[in-house]
Design a protein around this ligand. Sequence first.
Ligand code: UDP
Ligand code: MN
Length: 270
Amino acid sequence: MATAYVTLVTNADYVLGATALVRSLKLTGTTADIVVMHTGGLARKALAPLEALGARLQEVDLLPTSDAFIERHTRDRIHADRPFTKGRKPDFHTPLDNFAKLRLWQMEVYERVVFIDADAIVVRNIDRLFAYPEFSAAPNVYEGLADFHRLNSGVFVAKPSQATFDAMLERLDAPDAHWPRTDQTFLQAFFPDWHGLPVFFNMLQYVWFALPELWDWKSVHVIHYQYEKPWEADHPKADRLRPLIDLWQAYATGGNVPNIDTLPNPAHTR
Ligand code: UDP
Ligand code: MN
């Protein structure tokens, strides 16, 4: 079965993220393809490190959405309509670009794809996800129980199909359609019966300090640096996330990566 891990980069900052991701995937010993979708703005030279690590580059266009859709999903509008109160989005994050993830449904050469955000690393082999059905994703857990109602679109299992892609575009850009949390809101609406993956397949970095009892290195497979990015210099939560940032840096720089099984879990009191 032809399978691939797919990520997306639309600017140089996310190339930094993808470099750590691709390196981490290679270290899991996966034999699946690793595909980096990129938009035209990125110079071939900027993408060369990804190719050197063994990733395939796939140029994609942003989605052909209407002007009205674009207007409703600009960074300013997204942030004004529903402000981010839990964390900070970096300046280099353009919400509209998120929707380009949907391009993976056009990659019909693959029977199954596991999409992973460029701000994540895979610390244990997750090839078993290729046997999971569309649409599988982990819950958006980083604060409390209510989070389990929603999925996080940083890791998901999909079955590429041009027909699905076409249906998505139609629904996405329906008159007045508004997706406050972009692709994540859309995917949850498009796949209301989504299958739940264990939370450890998309462990959000805030769990480290907000729900430390949930963190267990023996179970964690994917770490997802939602909100502030581990390559941002001195972001507001850097002190609280130091061990996770150090781990990301080890993957990013190609230095020695620690044995995950030996890392101490976050301190917590019951
Ligand atoms: N992305 C991108 N350029 C952007 C915004 C997003 O390439 O300007 C891609 C990238 O793969 C990123 C994903 O879309 O990891 C989702 O955005 P992000 O991870 O920043 O959102 P968060 O996980 O913080 O909600
Ligand atoms: Mn992300």
